[in-house]
Design a protein around this ligand. Sequence first.
Ligand code: ADP
Length: 523
Amino acid sequence: MQKKASLYLLLLLIVPVILYGIFQISSLSEDEENINLIYQNQLDAILFSVNQYSDDVVNEWVMSLEEAITADNPDQELNSLLEVNPGIRMMFITDSVTGKADRIFPDSLSEDPLVSVVNGVLWERGRDIQNLRTYATAGYQKIESAQLESGEDLRTLMLYFVLKDKPGNSKRVGGILIDPESFIQVNLGPRLQTIAEERFVITAFRKEQEQAVFSTSDSVQADGNEESMAITKDFWLLPDYYLGIDAAGESVFDIIRARTLLNIGLLVVMLLILAAGLYLIFRNVRKELRLAQNKSEFVSNVSHELRTPLALISMFAETLEMGRVKNEEKKQEYYQIIHKETNRLTGIVNKILTFSQMDANRKEFHLHDADLNEIVCEIMDTYSFHFSQKGFESDLKKKEHILPVKADREAMQEVLINLLDNAIKYSGDAKKIEVLTGTKDKYAFVRVRDFGLGIRKEDQKQIFEKFYRVSTGDIAKSKGTGLGLSLVKHIIDNHGGRVEVDSSLGKGSDFTIYLPLIQTENV
Ligand code: ADP
């Protein structure tokens, strides 16, 4: 019953703690995922802004082209644009009737074979151009790109669009031929550096070769590859290139991971500490419960113990008082009984008093040099009459020389009396008691051995607790307070010694007390 209650208590305390721990650990990894998602989104947004910026650059060029062709001297205007932008190889506008590249900037390239390549592509993309015109009518200027395959030159990309021209000329197409890598390095490079600062590495790769064409970090430039990037995105304008971004140094992901692991570790440690704390509480509660139970049994035991001698004293005193006993011998016998029972009462009351003193830590011990052998002999002498009266055979085997110890004589006598009383009480029919003194290591010992009922292993741990009495078997039948052995232990602890019990059920018990020897030449 008590065990069950303790178990429920333990479960009640430990289950919520464990559940909380599990919840924390799982929500930690969830947090990790969320943070990672936010991080990925942020990286995504950065690459988006790079694409946006590329669009802005090209849009500005388109506007410059549109403005230039309406100006007085378009060549001059555009030449300065071409000069500062090595990424632009050529610009052109088509004729609204033929649809072929008609005006070429710089003018010097008018006869370049590139022009016919451009015209070829424009012809091929007739349908797309038609779509661009539809968009333009709706007010949306879309920019398309086409890779130019002009002999040895594989790196020219044509960006084409419908010009926002005067209403009558709205069918003209404009184009900008760029070198994508130079565009990335010269036009986007500074911007990428600004965005990346020290916190990110942004790299542009050429698709087929998986090779970095530009990076904000020198180390990536040399051996850059896609795997080293947290995320990658295509360039909107440059179909053969893509962008990658990663954190400079330790990535947020790594930091989160390390942090999460640390958190989980700390949580596990906390859980362990909590579990240990709960276990201690559980143990204490169990002990308190047992003590409360023992205490209530103690009250009934003591009442019982007191009632018997009181009843006897009262009965024999009354008989004597009434003068009914004429026989002198009988009278003597009754006096003896009254005397014996009074002694027993005094014994019990003394035991309780000593106990209450010790329990309140008020009992003082006066340790003096003493010979353990002598104390034992003295008590055995006093008890020899007692033994023979009860039909006990006693045997004292003592070490021949003295056993010098520091002891409170009275207290040590009480210890021995308790052990001998118990031996008598729990001997059953095996009426034999052996007492042995000796030395072991740096201790003097005295052992009280009986051949009686013995104590079960599981009870042996508890018999030294206050109020504890074995409540099963024959032992339960004899009377007692459950204080004797707790007194013994308390006294011996205060002497710097220890008590050991060795017992098996039905065979008898050995109680041995050890006291530290004082070092003298005699030992
Ligand atoms: P009690 O007043 O009950 O004897 P103790 O504290 O002296 O109280 O002993 C506690 C319990 O230990 C006893 O109730 C008994 O069950 C057990 N015990 C003590 N000494 C012996 C012994 N020599 N043989 C068997 N059981 C013993």
